[in-house]
Structure formats: C-alpha cells, structure tokens
Design a protein around this ligand. Structure first.
Ligand SMILES: C[S@@+](CC[C@H](N)C(=O)[O-])C[C@H]1O[C@@H](n2cnc3c(N)ncnc32)[C@H](O)[C@@H]1O
Length: 275
C-alpha cells in the first residue's frame, strides 16, 4: 500500500511532520536519557564522586536506528513504535478512509498516546468530521498476568514497570500539545477485560492492538475484531517480538476461521485486511 500517494501534498507533509514529532526523530539530537551506570567500564564510585563535585549528570543520547525501528523506550516521545509501524498506521487508516470503509479507529494499549494522536491527525488531514478515535488503556501499565486463564503469560509480570504507567490526564495533555484533543477522542479507561466488551463502539475501520500479553491481546480481539468492517484493518504491534501475543493472534485466527493473509511491517508488527 502507498496510501500517502493518494493524498494532497499538504496532508502528506502534515502527517510526515506529525510522525517525526511523535517519535522525536526530528529532535533526536536534543533528547537525552540518564545513563545507566552499569554500562560504565571504569570505577563507578570515582565517576559518581566526580559528577557530584561538578554537579553534572551522566546522560546518553538516543540511538537513531533503535528509534526508527521502535526498539527503545523513549524518554519523552509520545510513541515507542518507531517509523515503520507509524507509517503502517498511516497507510491502513488513510486507505480505510479513502476507500470509504465505515467505522472508528482504535488502539488498545496506548502508553503516552502517540499512535492515537496520529490517528486523530489522520482524520484531521483528510477532513473527516464523523469518526471517533478510541484510546483504550489501563493508564496504569500492564496487568498482573492471569496465568491460570492464559498460561502463555506465565512469568510475564511487568505490572510494576513504572515507565509503562502513564495516566490518562498525561495522555490528554499530549493530545492537547498537538491541538488534537476534542470530543471525538474517546477514552476507555481500565483493564481491557472490563472496558472493551461493553464499549459503545458500533463499527471499526482500524483496530490496532498493542497490549503485549496473550491475555491483553485476546481480550481485545474477542471484544473488537467482530466489529471491524469488511475492508477494515487489524494491526498487531507485538506479533514478532512477543511470543505470547503471537500465540493469542494465531489462536484467535484459527478459532474464528480467519485466513486473510498476514503482512509484515517490520521485526514485530503485522496487519491483515478483513475481506
Ligand atoms: C507497549 S505499550 C503501548 C505503546 C503505544 N502503542 C505506543 O504507541 O507507544 C502497552 C500499553 O498497553 C497497556 N495495557 C496492556 N495490557 C492491558 C490491559 N489488559 N488492559 C489495559 N491496558 C493494558 C499498558 O498500560 C501500556 O500502556
């Protein structure tokens, strides 16, 4: 798909700039992390003393390759999914809109909201005045896995990983930063198992799954995949990188007789189009 070629130059330029801001690729030379002292080859205590004396912090700069491939957890960027997977979101959403596929856009697992901000920007760029963007997350990070219900998630307790815990007001502030917060951005706050089955969503043109775990992926598929319109897209962020996510997708597709071919985005992302 080269959906961007179907857009006027101004819309293309806006979406390109929006993507490079959301990943911070446009500003990577200005983005810094506190460095991990475990990487330091010399005497850590001496280094600490020297830094304290000079009132310096030890920092390192973002790696452009890692950012482009969506392999790092950026310190400030609103999305961690990288260039290829963001471009795929543009491709799928623009194709769905231009082809008149009915329904809203959703991401389940939004972190700082960057991918859903891009989705709202796509509606803006194409002059859409009807569709909603649904923003579904616990806004408190990953759940404690339910290994009894979902054995594939055994041992994957990332529930205390602070960097994945971004509250809903911070995500709203990120939408506002880009001038894209309005009443067509609809938040579904809570665990997918609680929020998605009764979400007031009629139809979806694009369903994007980014919940990492088997349980999170399966809960979203069961509740939402049947709502994807014919001609709509299902995108899965973690298929290549997280075996439990892949298992959930494979199980769901097998159990529901889905044989639409899977296309690969990059080392982890995939998508298929509903016939
Ligand atoms: C890898 S991050 C998403 C990255 C994001 N799509 C982006 O563009 O950077 C995974 C997100 O899924 C959420 N999550 C995972 N499982 C969940 C569940 N069962 N219910 C609600 N939120 C969940 C986490 O809170 C976290 O924000």
């Amino acid at each position: 798909m080269h959906a961007l070629d179907r857009l006027p130059p101004a819309a293309r330029a806006y979406l390109d700039l929006l993507g490079r801001c959301l990943t911070r690729e446009a500003f990577l030379d200005q983005e810094w992390w506190d460095a991990d002292l475990r990487d330091w080859p010399g005497d850590v205590d001496e280094l600490r003393a020297a830094l304290r004396e000079r009132q310096w912090r030890l920092v390192r700069r973002g790696d452009p390759a890692a950012r482009a491939e969506g392999r790092d957890w950026p310190p400030t960027a609103e999305t961690m999914i990288g260039t290829a997977r963001l471009a795929n979101v543009v491709d799928c959403c623009v194709t769905a809109l231009l082809d008149g596929v009915p329904g809203d856009l959703i991401e389940t697992g939004v972190w700082r909201g960057g991918t859903t901000i891009l989705m709202r920007g796509i509606l803006e760029a194409l002059g859409d005045e009807q569709r909603n963007v649904w923003v579904a997350d616990s806004f408190e990070g990953l759940p404690v896995p339910d290994a009894e219900a979902y054995p594939a998630d055994e041992g994957l307790d990332w529930s205390d990983v602070r960097v994945l815990q971004v509250d809903a007001d911070a995500v709203r502030a990120n939408f506002r930063r880009y001038g894209l917060l309005d009443d067509r951005v609809r938040f579904l706050e809570g665990w997918f198992a609680d929020t998605l089955p009764d979400a007031p969503i009629d139809q979806l043109a694009v369903l994007r799954l980014d919940g990492d775990l088997y349980g999170s992926t399966m809960d979203a598929l069961v509740a939402l995949e049947p709502k994807v319109s014919s001609g709509g897209f299902v995108i899965v962020d973690d298929y290549g990188g997280w075996p439990p996510c892949r298992a959930a997708v494979d199980d769901y597709r097998r159990d529901h007789g889905i044989d639409a071919p899977i296309s690969t985005v990059d080392w982890t992302g995939i998508w298929w189009r509903k016939p």
